[in-house]
Design a protein around this ligand. Structure first.
Ligand SMILES: [Ca+2]
Ligand SMILES: [Ca+2]
Length: 255
């Protein structure tokens, strides 16, 4: 690279070092750490670019939303959105998945919300509603890695989930998986499991919203969420509690 004013080569490596040094102290989590962001305000595109979702069945954009002008609406019968890309495979690294959900009414079976899976019952990672809430008793929500439900993070579902959008963050940070509900940490477990299912069966799987067990070409689907999902963020790093709160309150990370 030439400096156009002096015709001298720019010291690119020195400049890069300076940027890295500044970010080491101030850029706790910057734009480069966003893998994908689906606002569902107008369509199924990735606001961070490149990883647009494919909509299946009756999946549509609802005007009711947690943030912005729209959310993803699913009717609980064969609807989901997916994209097959290795960017969602975090292997043994830290990652974070954040989103809002609002349920229509409980189904008898568990309802998958967001995750990476395959067609033979394995889960790379997933957030799921695993029991229907009763009038007196909440159901469970859990986050799992590598199909390891024993080491999953779980909590009672909020009781008002049919009327009020609920915020969830499921992540691995410094070797611990963490589940946040509405900005508060509700469960944490040590989990160094591998989310890479290709080690098990040599294929790449889809990231899916509203179902599970979807292959890289979008085929395969088990279970279907009945309700709204909004502002799905995927990061290739774990979030601090402050970042989780900011994401819930402002739908953005602190500057
Ligand atoms: Ca939205
Ligand atoms: Ca449907």
């Amino acid at each position: 690279m030439q400096n156009r004013f002096t015709d001298q080569p720019m010291n690119v490596s020195l400049l890069s070092c300076a940027v890295v040094a500044i970010c080491a102290t101030t850029c706790d989590l910057h734009a480069a750490d966003v893998v994908a962001h689906y606002s569902f305000d107008k369509d199924f595109t990735d606001g961070s670019g490149g990883l647009d979702l494919n909509a299946v069945g009756d999946a549509r954009i609802s005007k009711e939303a947690a943030f912005g002008g729209g959310a993803l609406a699913l009717d609980g019968d064969g609807d989901y959105a997916w994209v097959g890309d290795p960017s969602f495979n975090f292997s043994r690294e830290d990652f974070s998945v954040a989103f809002w959900w609002r349920r229509n009414k409980g189904q008898d079976v568990f309802e998958p919300l967001v995750g990476l899976g395959d067609s033979v019952g394995n889960i790379g990672y997933a957030v799921r509603l695993v029991a229907t809430p009763l009038k007196s008793k909440p159901g469970l929500i859990d986050g799992v890695l590598n199909d390891d439900t024993q080491m999953g993070a779980k909590a009672d579902q909020p009781m008002e989930q049919t009327r009020v959008f609920q915020h969830v963050v499921f992540q691995r940070r410094d070797g611990n998986i963490e589940l946040f509900l509405n900005g508060e940490l509700v469960d944490s477990k040590s989990n160094l499991g591998d989310v890479d299912l290709s080690a098990k069966n040599g294929r790449i799987y889809a990231f899916a919203v509203g179902t599970r067990n979807t292959l890289q070409d979008g085929s395969g689907s088990i279970g279907s969420f009945d309700g709204l999902v909004d502002e799905v963020w995927v990061f290739n790093a774990g979030l601090s509690p402050e970042q989780v709160k900011a994401l819930k309150e402002q739908n953005a990370l602190p500057k």
